[in-house]
Design a protein around this ligand. Structure first.
Ligand code: CDP
Length: 242
């Protein structure tokens, strides 16, 4: 008989596939070309978009297509241990994976020699900051009037010992019993349903991974509804294609 999982109850009492309470708002920074906030439980991400504008220095310009540049940062007091401000290995990795997750949403060929800058700030972190950042950034890009081919919605699925759960918080991420905890951030694109981000550094079987993706897809469909509702609420949305 298969061994029972040591993770039987979620720390905050949520159901296995239940997302944390979500808040999403567009247009929170009036001086920016586009902006949005996405909150999942105690994790909050703010995204601000500038551009497209001419990329400098000139030698970095690409006459074939524009560049999407992401700058992610956690605020010093976003977690209990103060975080050293400025770039780190972790933030560089997150910048890249978010760029790759969002790039298929935009037709960069429309902006030769230009850059679209996305600044993501995390004022409060309780795990899942990169996926919250993607959700906020996708809304901010649409709000900035960047023509969007599709939206991006992201969530972290977790494996606590042998139990799969949706939208892990920090307490869950720190679970150490049995096989411990693995978190699997993933991003689903709204039109093509492609996976534009999937990160995993724990042990998982192919069957479990399939289940993770299916749970992630369901959660991302819920998140997309919330992003779309927030965009509809903002009067000046120009970007999203019908
Ligand atoms: O935030 P995300 O899950 O995308 O990335 P992570 O590197 O797996 O970090 C998980 C969580 O650890 C963050 O959301 C923070 O709550 C916490 N963290 C921290 O306390 N100190 C850091 N320097 C980095 C992350």
């Amino acid at each position: 008989m298969a061994e029972k999982s040591k993770y039987t109850k979620r720390s905050d009492g949520r159901k296995i596939e239940e997302l944390r309470p979500i808040k999403a708002e567009v247009g929170i920074v009036p001086s920016a070309d586009g902006s949005a906030m996405y909150e999942s439980g105690n994790t909050r991400a703010i995204a601000v978009v500038r551009g497209p504008r001419t990329l400098h220095p000139q030698h970095m310009q690409n006459p074939q297509k524009g560049t999407l540049r992401v700058n992610y940062g956690m605020m010093s007091f976003s977690v209990w241990d103060r975080i050293k401000p400025g770039p780190s290995r972790r933030s560089q990795e997150i910048n890249k994976v978010i760029e790759w997750a969002l790039a298929p949403c935009i037709d960069l060929a429309e902006f030769p020699n230009s850059v679209v800058d996305v600044f993501i700030q995390i004022p409060q972190a309780d795990a899942g900051t990169r996926v919250a950042g993607i959700n906020a950034a996708a809304m901010a890009l649409a709000h900035a009037g960047i023509p969007m081919k599709q939206m991006a919605s992201a969530v972290a699925v977790g494996k606590m010992d042998k139990t799969l759960v949706v939208d892990v918080d920090k307490e869950e991420e720190d679970f150490e019993e049995g096989e411990g905890a693995t978190d699997i951030p993933l991003c689903i694109l709204s039109r093509t349903q492609e996976i534009s981000l999937l990160q995993l550094d724990g042990k998982i079987s192919p069957e479990e991974l399939k289940e993770v993706i299916s749970m992630g897809r369901k959660a991302c469909a819920e998140i997309l509804k919330i992003q779309t509702a927030a965009l509809k609420k903002a009067k000046d949305v120009r970007g999203i294609e019908k």
